[in-house]
Design a protein around this ligand. Structure first.
Ligand SMILES: [Zn+2]
Length: 526
């Protein structure tokens, strides 16, 4: 399991840097090779062996000019040779390929950039290296990836990525690097990052992501850095970071909170030591493995929704209805389900989770709470009372507050919404239809054709680092277990109603539960 971490690089305070790495064991530290000595890095790695040291250097870290991509073959050759040299000197196993590409230079530039990235990945793999590619800014005003659908242009590069293997403290495989700064979107939008990332137009699903920079930074083009602490006092900053981490998309495998000093200015105004001393970067940062999405959750209130036209709990507005009305809010329709319930009805968490946001708005959702369940989020809106606070853990069925009629509401009701990681619906601001999971509607007929199912299996299988191929899995497993040479052919066996693909070997039988290609099991002959 990877832990989310943060980047600490007070260049002029090596002792502090060492302390922080030792005490916090971050998942990710971004290293400028030009200012980090080899002994220093060795020391850090010894202190925190599971930390990924993401190396950025020279051309790779400074891609602000167009001419860099004029001679792609030469550039790829030089970069990959450079990475191999760093590797041989003991630096980490992840490199930033072409940091912060100026993608706003236009389509022609982006095409060359994509070409470069795909070739750089190939070259790196040839050296036994993996890359963290892109490091796009999600929302710098002058990059505005979020506002443009540039993503398809980059997909050839992503296709060249080596899928990351699961398991292991330090992952193998390539990563998509993204970064986000607070100052560019307003002070409180950090927690929105996973959802920005999750939209198709930013990056595809099933790609592991490192948020390779994340923090408050008021720097904009043409202006001096004002110091990230200028925007917020440390306690509030930390609170936001906790909230951000509680909402992380499971594809995010690590986060580097960017604390780099620009000529020491940030460190003059903000001292991270008390936060580290209080353990504020420990524990809380542990990231769980992605949680499975449940087939059903409980209703957000007690009782049974009555049928139309009237009655307690009846659905007054389904998901997707009233597209015209909701266009003013930038969504393609009603992005949740409304239940007609009297003000003061206790509202309950539909599943175990952690409260990540509580708001008391006079418009929109009114008083509302968001719970993160690990597999997604739920929102309970238009409340009259809220009984929970951010970061509070809640059990399934625990009362969050009382229903009401606050915000943009024409009568007492509950607006209930649900997001599920990996199922984002961009046109609905990523909210999905919760009706099936709430048991209000039957699951739609399975109309997925075989080709699509194979494609899905392929994707899942690829995530595990190998093309979908039971034979390959069995062979890999047999090798790891020393089962010897295969005997006879592979076959499909049904045992207790469960299908396995099995392959006899000299030393035993390897079996893969069909469709669960990561769960190879050995069955001894004896
Ligand atoms: Zn609603």
């Amino acid at each position: 399991m990877l832990r989310s971490g943060f980047f600490i690089f007070p260049v002029h305070e090596p002792t502090l840097c060492r302390e922080l790495i030792r005490d916090t064991q971050p998942s990710l530290v971004k290293v400028w090779a030009s200012v980090t000595s080899e002994p220093q890095l060795r020391d850090w790695r010894a202190l925190s062996p599971n930390t990924i040291f993401l190396l950025v250097d020279g051309d790779i870290g400074d891609s602000d000019t167009k001419h860099h991509l004029n001679d792609i073959p030469t550039l790829v050759r030089d970069h990959s040779a450079q990475w191999a040299r760093w590797r041989d000197r003991g630096y980490g196993n992840l490199w930033m390929a072409y940091n912060e590409p100026p993608i706003w230079y236009g389509a022609e530039y982006r095409k060359r950039f994509t070409d470069y990235t795909a070739r750089a990945l190939e070259a790196a793999h040839g050296y036994g290296l993996n890359l963290c590619i892109f490091n796009f800014s999600v929302s710098w005003p002058w990059a505005v990836i979020d506002a443009e659908n540039w993503w398809p242009e980059f997909s050839p590069a992503v296709t060249a990525m080596q899928p990351s293997g699961h398991g292991g403290a330090v992952p193998s495989g390539d990563y998509l690097g993204l970064h986000e700064y607070w100052g560019s979107r307003g002070p409180l939008d950090l927690a929105a990052l996973p959802w920005l990332v999750g939209k198709h137009k930013l990056c595809p699903y099933n790609v592991p992501i490192l948020i390779s920079e994340c923090g408050i930074d008021l720097a904009v083009e043409g202006k001096a850095h004002q110091g990230w602490a200028a925007a917020m006092e440390p306690g509030a900053y930390y609170q936001q970071l906790r909230q951000y981490h509680a909402m992380l998309d499971p594809r995010v495998k690590g986060t580097a909170i960017f604390l780099m000093d620009y000529e020491g200015r940030e460190w003059e105004t903000f001292d991270i030591r008390p936060l580290a001393r209080d353990g504020l970067f420990k524990g809380e940062w542990d990231m769980a493995d992605p949680m499975p999405v449940p087939a059903r959750v409980r209703l957000p209130f007690d009782g049974t929704p009555s049928p139309k036209p009237v009655g307690f709990g009846m659905v007054t507005q389904w998901y997707g209805e009233n597209a015209e009305y909701y266009s003013q809010f930038g969504v393609a329709g009603h992005n949740g389900v409304d239940f007609g319930i009297v003000t003061g009805t206790p509202l309950r968490a539909v599943a175990v989770g952690r409260v990540t946001r509580v708001q008391q708005l006079s418009d929109g959702y009114g008083w509302n709470a968001i719970v993160n369940h690990g597999w997604g989020q739920t929102i309970y809106a238009h409340l009259s009372r809220i009984d929970v606070t951010p970061q509070q853990d809640v059990a399934a069925g625990q009362v969050l507050g009382l229903s009401g009629n606050t915000g943009n509401s024409t009568g007492p009701h509950l607006h209930f919404g649900m997001r599920v990681y990996g199922q984002n619906v961009p046109a609905m601001n990523d909210w999905i239809d919760p009706a099936v999971m709430l048991g209000l509607k039957d699951a739609p007929e399975d109309d997925v054709d075989e080709a699509t199912k194979t494609e899905i299996r392929n994707t899942v299988w690829n995530q595990m680092g190998i093309a979908y191929n039971p034979d390959a899995a069995l062979a890999k497993f047999a090798k790891a277990k020393g089962l010897g040479a295969p005997k006879d052919g592979e076959r499909r066996l049904v045992v207790n109603g469960k299908a396995y693909i099995v392959q006899p070997y000299d030393g035993g039988i390897a079996a893969v539960p069909e469709g669960k290609w990561d769960a190879v099991e050995a069955v001894s002959w004896n």
